[in-house]
Design a protein around this ligand. Structure first.
Ligand code: FMN
Length: 312
């Protein structure tokens, strides 16, 4: 059974990637999960310098999900390269770095530094975090902004570039196309949905930033729809995510058109989720006599739209 998939020039031995912000810098999970057994690890978003993020409370549980406004707390790219990358290399992890910026120049500089470092497999451009005011999502909510960031980073790196798209737009597929036109190797989607939770007794928002990003199973059907729409629009690989908690969820994203998937919030519920996902995927492929998982990608059968089919 062949579980390998390709994301541009990068081959992953499995289509399962730890989602940014939900798996630390990977090394924190090394005692629980064999890092080399994952398809890849997308590490927490990095700016040029360290950031503290928002004050607590920064997360709250919601029906079938969670709301977070961490505010991209992080150690900055230099400390990441010096302190985390050597261990990730030693553990033979495939590392995707989630790159953040408040300006175009910052995206370019962080990407340049990572391109010179040893052990980075790809760059995921975070132009979609809903929890910071400057930069970031402002690029991701504008077609020209998306095009400009990807084009600028394209000029300084040979690493695969994977812009991460926001679902907080009307037509996500047009953003996938802007990224493709600018030279992206793949797109990943979705980041979290802007949302809000209020404590009715105190009438106060439940997180300090007032609004935050919703993730977890609650968002999955919307994310699957967005992956499907992007698959109809672009040719580059798609990394799908949003609420994956079981093997069937992985399969759903791949059948909709994802070449690989990321798993975020589920790690907080069950850090051992990976073996469960893998066993379920293997069982499905065996039962359906599918030898290569790539045969599933975009294999959705939409004939049910056809009246003839429904009446038969
Ligand atoms: C606590 C938390 C922190 C996150 N931090 C980042 C981040 O640094 N960069 C990023 O691109 N996405 C970040 N995300 C978004 C996830 O990577 C993912 O896109 C989203 O949560 C949907 O997937 P899920 O439902 O499997 O969690 C974060 C999500 C959560 C819950």
């Amino acid at each position: 059974m062949d579980l390998s998939v390709r994301i541009g020039s990068l081959t992953l031995k499995k289509p399962l990637i730890a989602a940014s912000g939900c798996f630390g810098y990977g090394v924190e999970y090394a005692d629980l999960v064999d890092l080399s057994s994952l398809g890849a690890i997308a590490v927490k978003g990095l700016f040029l310098t360290e950031r503290e993020g928002h004050p607590p409370p920064r997360i709250v549980e919601t029906p079938a999900g969670m709301l977070n406004a961490i505010g991209l707390q992080g150690i900055g790219v230099h400390r990441f390269v010096d302190e985390k990358l050597p261990e990730l290399r030693a553990r033979r992890a495939t590392v995707i770095v989630n790159v953040c910026g408040t300006t175009l120049d910052e995206y370019v500089e962080v990407s340049r530094i990572l391109s010179d470092a040893d052990g980075v497999a790809a760059i995921e451009l975070n132009i979609s975090c809903p929890n910071i005011k400057e930069g970031g999502i402002q690029f991701g909510c504008s077609l020209t902004g998306t095009f400009e960031v990807v084009s600028a980073v394209r000029k300084v790196t040979r690493l695969p570039i994977i812009p991460k798209l926001t679902p907080n737009v009307t037509d996500v597929a047009s953003f996938a196309r802007a990224a493709e036109d600018a030279g992206a190797d793949a797109v990943s989607l979705v980041n979290t949905f802007l949302a809000m939770v209020i404590d009715v007794e105190t009438r106060r928002p439940k997180i300090s930033n007032i609004v935050g990003g919703l993730s977890g199973p609650a968002i999955r059907p919307i994310a699957v729809r967005m992956v499907y729409e992007c698959r109809q629009t672009v040719k580059i690989p798609i990394v799908g995510m949003g609420g994956i908690a079981g093997a069937r969820d992985v399969l759903e994203f791949m059948i909709a058109g994802a070449d690989a998937v990321q798993v975020g919030t589920a790690n907080f519920v069950d850090p051992f989720v990976w073996s469960k996902l893998l066993d379920g995927i293997r069982e499905y492929l065996e039962r359906h006599r599918i030898e290569k998982i790539t045969d599933l990608i975009g294999s959705i059968d939409t004939r049910m739209q056809d009246n003839e089919w429904i009446s038969s």
